[in-house]
Design a protein around this ligand. Structure first.
Ligand SMILES: Cc1cc2nc3c(=O)[nH]c(=O)nc-3n(C[C@H](O)[C@H](O)[C@H](O)COP(=O)(O)O)c2cc1C
Length: 194
């Protein structure tokens, strides 16, 4: 089983709540599944850029960055995506990565009626998100981070999707620190069942 961990926060590990929950998730997952191989893509080191015209042309000839990134992404069985909320959405570097992996003929196709069909079957994903504030309904309607990731993954066929969102981190960091251990406990349960 091949697992891909997509890391999307430029902060050092010890200064980031996102990294702390994702590290715990991975530690627990690895403990439960010692024979699974877990690869990490740190988007800030991976060199992902905005889609280039060159890449968009090359993909039709089965080469270039978009083609290679989508091919690589499609070779995994499970995905762990960890990101903070930035301006009501995901960090733009994660959006840039998503633009490279949603590729016709690799992760989705159109059927004869022109409807999109996801090609990423029997895969699973979890989104570990953090937010400075909180988004109870109706504010949740403007929280485009996890909603976007859920739907874009569904578009390419990944329907088995779970999420864990840690809120109010910036509103009260001391409280967030104090509540971290009980949240890590929840993360460990999710990891065991992933
Ligand atoms: C550029 C930027 C934009 C942000 N926008 C939001 C936002 O729209 N809503 C929110 O609740 N928090 C926002 N935050 C706060 C982050 O979500 C929060 O600091 C982060 O999730 C904490 O996790 P970390 O320690 O892993 O960075 C923003 C932070 C930054 C740096």
């Amino acid at each position: 089983m091949k697992i891909l961990y997509i890391k999307c926060n430029p902060k050092p590990d010890n200064e980031s709540f996102t990294h702390r929950i994702s590290k715990e998730f991975i530690k627990e997952y690895a403990k439960k599944n010692p024979d699974h191989s877990i690869s990490e893509i740190n988007l800030y080191e991976y060199g992902i850029e905005h889609l280039s015209y060159e890449s968009m042309c090359q993909v039709f000839e089965n080469n270039g960055r978009m083609f290679e990134t989508a091919k690589d992404f499609s070779s995994y069985d499970k995905y762990i995506i960890a990101a903070p909320m930035w301006n009501l959405s995901i960090p733009s570097i994660l959006k840039a990565y998503i633009d490279h992996i949603v590729v016709k003929g690799i992760t989705f196709r159109y059927n004869k009626f022109g409807l999109p069909i996801g090609l990423m079957k029997n895969k699973k994903a979890i989104y570990l998100g953090t937010r400075g504030g909180s988004y109870p309904f109706p504010l949740s309607l403007f929280a485009f981070d996890v909603r976007y990731v859920r739907y874009v993954l569904r578009f390419i066929g990944i329907k088995n999707f779970k999420s864990f969102i840690l809120e109010n981190i910036d509103k009260n960091r001391i409280k967030a620190e104090n509540k971290l251990e009980s949240n890590l406990k929840k993360v460990r349960v999710l990891a065991k069942n992933f």
